[in-house]
Design a protein around this ligand. Structure first.
Ligand code: AMP
Ligand code: MG
Length: 267
C-alpha cells in the first residue's frame, strides 16, 4: 500500500491518480472483501491493545469531496472494533464561537489522548479547502495555514500521536452516480443537499486546493495517502491495511499487572 503514500516534498497531480486503481492487488471484489474482514478482526485486537497499553495516541484524518465515502469508510473499516474504543469527530461549518478563535482551536480539543483512537470526519484541512475555494478568508490568511498545520501536527507527533491522513479520491463521473443514487433511494435522500451541486461545479477549484494540500502537508510524521475510492471494497482494503500495518509497527504490549498474581486463589 506504500504506492498510495504522498512522498514528502514531491508534487502530485491528481489527474495522474486513477480512482479505479487496485494497485498490486491481484484479487477482485470477493477476495478484497474477505481480506477486509480479516483486517477488521486484527484491528479489533490492536485497538484493545492500544487501550490496554495506554501509551500511544492514534489520529486518523478522512478528507473527500461530497459522496467520496467518508461515512462508509468509518462504517466498514471499523466494523467489529469495540465502539468504546474509537471516537469519531465530525467537523461541520464552524460556530460563531469557533470562528472567534484560531482555526485549530476546535481541532485541538478533539485529538486523541493516550490509548485512544480518533477518526476525524473532515478536519482542519477544510480550512485550506472549502475556506479557500469560497474565499471565506483572504489568501494571506489561508496560505499561512499549511505551515501552521505542519507545525501543529509535528507537535502532536512529538507528543506520542500517530497520524494517518487519507484522501478518498473519486472522479466527477463517480460523484454523479453517487449523487443520483442518493436522489433515487428514499433512504438516502436525506443526505442530498442542493448545495452539493454548486460545490460540484467548483470541482476543478477543489482539485487544485486538494493538490496543494497534498503537496504541502504530507510529512514523515503525518503522511497523506491518496486512496483510490471508486471501488468501495478497495478503498476499505487500503485503509484497513495501512491502519493494521501502522499499529503493528508500534510493537505494543499488554502491561504487566501491578502485583504478582501467580499465587492468587479466588475462593
Ligand atoms: P457534511 O460532512 O456533509 O455533514 O458537511 C459538513 C459541511 O461543513 C461541509 O459542507 C463542509 O465543507 C463544512 N465545513 C467543515 N469545516 C468547515 C470550515 N472550517 N469552514 C467552512 N465550512 C466547513
Ligand atoms: Mg454532505
Amino acid at each position: 500500500m506504500k504506492q498510495f503514500i504522498v512522498k514528502p516534498k514531491t508534487k502530485v497531480k491528481l489527474s495522474e491518480w486513477d480512482p479505479n486503481d487496485t494497485g498490486d492487488f491481484k484479487g477482485g471484489k470477493k477476495e478484497g472483501l474477505a481480506q477486509v474482514e480479516k483486517l477488521n478482526g486484527r484491528l479489533e485486537t490492536l485497538q484493545e491493545l492500544l487501550f490496554a497499553e495506554h501509551r500511544h495516541k492514534v489520529l486518523i484524518v478522512l478528507q473527500a469531496m461530497d459522496t467520496g465515502g467518508k461515512d462508509g469508510t468509518i462504517r466498514r473499516v471499523f466494523d467489529g472494533v469495540n465502539p468504546a474504543g474509537v471516537r469519531v469527530v465530525s467537523f461541520k461549518a464552524p460556530t460563531a464561537e469557533e470562528l472567534d478563535h484560531d482555526f485549530l482551536w476546535r481541532v485541538h480539543k478533539g485529538v486523541p489522548g493516550r490509548g485512544e483512537m480518533v477518526i476525524f470526519n473532515r478536519s482542519h484541512y477544510e480550512d485550506v479547502l472549502v475556506v479557500r475555494v469560497h474565499n471565506l478568508v483572504p489568501p494571506e490568511v489561508w496560505s499561512k495555514r499549511y505551515d501552521q498545520i505542519n507545525e501543529f501536527e509535528r507537535m502532536l507527533a512529538e507528543n506520542g500521536t500517530t497520524i494517518l491522513k487519507f484522501f478518498l479520491h473519486i472522479d466527477l463521473d463517480e460523484q454523479k452516480e453517487r449523487l443520483q443514487a442518493r436522489l433515487d433511494d428514499p433512504t438516502k435522500r436525506w443526505k442530498f443537499r442542493l448545495g452539493d451541486l454548486s460545490e460540484r461545479q467548483r470541482w476543478s477549484e477543489y482539485m487544485q486546493a486538494y493538490e496543494d494540500m497534498l503537496n504541502k502537508t504530507s510529512t514523515e510524521y503525518a503522511p497523506w495517502y491518496i486512496v483510490p475510492a471508486s471501488r468501495k471494497w478497495f478503498r476499505d482494503l487500503v485503509i484497513s491495511s495501512v491502519l493494521v500495518d501502522t499499529l503493528e509497527g508500534l510493537e505494543m504490549k499488554y502491561p504487566e499487572p501491578e502485583e504478582n498474581l501467580d499465587r492468587v486463589v479466588i475462593e
